[in-house]
Design a protein around this ligand. Structure first.
Ligand code: ATP
Ligand code: MG
Length: 421
């Protein structure tokens, strides 16, 4: 036998017994997005490499070591998208829908990063991204946070905590950057290799280090909030007041800086202790400079990205289980003419009762075997179309989950009968 081929390391199939959990989550998302007036945008999975270098920043984990970049047959450098914000902005500039207007957008789909695969960290993973353009005030930051909080509620999740920070304007960050560099320079001996490199290129990112040996030094570092500009401080207070009024609890974490270069002012993360080291389920913030940085007319912007695998893992952990994939009805077909009549009956029922999930038995087999399959499908009813039923234009309803006696009804009346159940 030939050797079988496996999926790529860190890239997983969503198996048929699991897809209903994805669908249930996606359903929640469509509902929430519509209820806040956000529109879906679908962008290509492959973009030119430049787009990510210019937006995410050359000195980030993603651009330095995680991107799937390749040369195509024309010699163009392309990259499988590692995140969705850059594509959104690229599309907005290209189609001119970001300038001088408010745009509320969302997208959902696969992202690619060449990281070391582990629980909650994959090479192909999925994100929901939500982006709002054209609003400089922190009311939109509050809206985004309220929206994420509604998603947790609808998904039955109670354990996510909100961490909040402000990074200030680019001027106040520059001031703080110098103070931070001076401090870190005087503790050079305690910096790991990555941090030594970042000290020259992107010192703020050192605060985002995951290395436990660095945590003490990070805790002793100067506080960014002592260097905040007045406008950022005011906006941060406003945002906090909106969240307080809405009953959203949060912790202000002055060390929260986020991995990507393009953030300013508000940053936030929703975290849990239940997923080990990969505890950040959702992360976002304001990125007012990005549209201009990518060649558009300046536009304020804010958004968040949610890791769907981590969210589903948390739902499983918390036993917040959505509806499963089981059909409501399994149609058992036995005898001459039962297949053509049965296929038609199932179509009629789907026309009349659109919410009903019907699985029609296919592939023949004995009556006993079909009933066994009906039971295994998880359906609560079997509809039986056998020789007697065909002769009399009836259907027999067999209850699979309780001892109720079976009943026979005319085919014309079966939709009404099912409706009453
Ligand atoms: P981390 O610090 O865990 O590497 P990040 O800062 O790189 O996260 P973002 O770029 O902000 O992550 O992406 C937003 C969310 O997407 C994360 O909070 C997480 O839930 C999810 N995510 C990011 N990378 C992965 C991955 N490799 N596998 C699964 N989910 C991921
Ligand atoms: Mg990362």
């Amino acid at each position: 036998m030939a050797k079988s081929i496996q999926s790529i390391r860190g890239m997983h199939d969503v198996l048929p017994d699991d897809s209903h959990r994805w669908q249930a989550f996606e359903e929640i998302i469509r509902q929430v997005m519509a209820s806040y007036g956000y529109s879906e945008i679908r962008t290509p999975i492959v973009e030119s490499t430049d787009l990510f270098c210019r937006s995410i920043g050359e000195v980030t984990d993603i651009v330095e070591k995680e991107m799937y970049t390749f040369e195509d047959r024309n010699g163009d450098m392309l990259t499988l998208r590692p995140e969705g914000t850059a594509s959104c902005v690229r599309a907005g500039i290209e189609h001119g829908f970001l300038h001088n207007q408010i745009r509320r957008l969302w997208y959902m789909g696969p992202m690619f990063r060449h990281e070391r695969p582990q629980k909650g960290r994959y090479r192909q993973f999925h994100q929901l991204g939500v982006e709002a353009y054209g609003v400089a005030d922190p009311d939109i930051d509050a809206e985004l946070i309220l929206m994420s909080s509604r998603i947790w509620r609808l998904a039955g999740l109670k354990e996510l905590r909100l961490e909040l920070n402000t990074l200030g304007s680019s001027e106040s960050r520059a001031k703080y950057r110098q103070v931070l560099v001076d401090f870190l320079q005087s503790h050079r001996d305690q910096l790991d290799r990555d941090s030594l490199k970042r000290l020259e290129t992107n010192p703020l990112r050192i605060l985002d280090s995951k290395n436990p040996d660095m945590q003490k030094l990070i805790n002793d570092a100067p506080d960014l909030h002592d260097y905040l500009d007045e406008e950022s401080a005011e906006q941060f207070n406003l945002l906090k007041s909106y969240l307080d009024a809405a009953g959203i609890t949060y912790t202000v974490n002055p060390r929260l800086v986020r991995g990507l270069d393009y953030y300013c002012k508000t940053v936030f993360e929703w975290v849990t202790d239940k997923l080990g080291a990969q505890g950040t389920v959702c992360a976002g913030g304001r990125y007012d400079g990005l549209v201009e940085q990518l060649g558009g007319k300046a536009s304020p912007a804010a958004g968040f990205a949610l890791g769907i695998e981590r969210l589903l893992a948390l739902m499983e952990e918390s036993e917040a289980s959505p509806e499963n994939n089981a059909p409501d009805i399994y149609l058992v077909l036995q005898g001459d003419g039962s297949i053509s009549q049965g296929l038609q009956l199932a179509e009629n029922l789907r026309d009349q009762l659109s919410a009903l999930k019907i699985q029609t038995h296919c592939g023949g087999g004995s009556f006993k075997n079909q009933i066994k399959k009906a039971d295994k499908s998880g359906a609560s009813l079997a509809l039986i179309l056998g020789e007697d039923e065909i002769a009399n234009n009836t259907v027999t309803i067999k209850y699979l989950r309780n001892n109720q006696d079976q009943q026979t009804v005319s085919q014309d009346a079966v939709a009404d009968f099912l409706q009453t159940l």
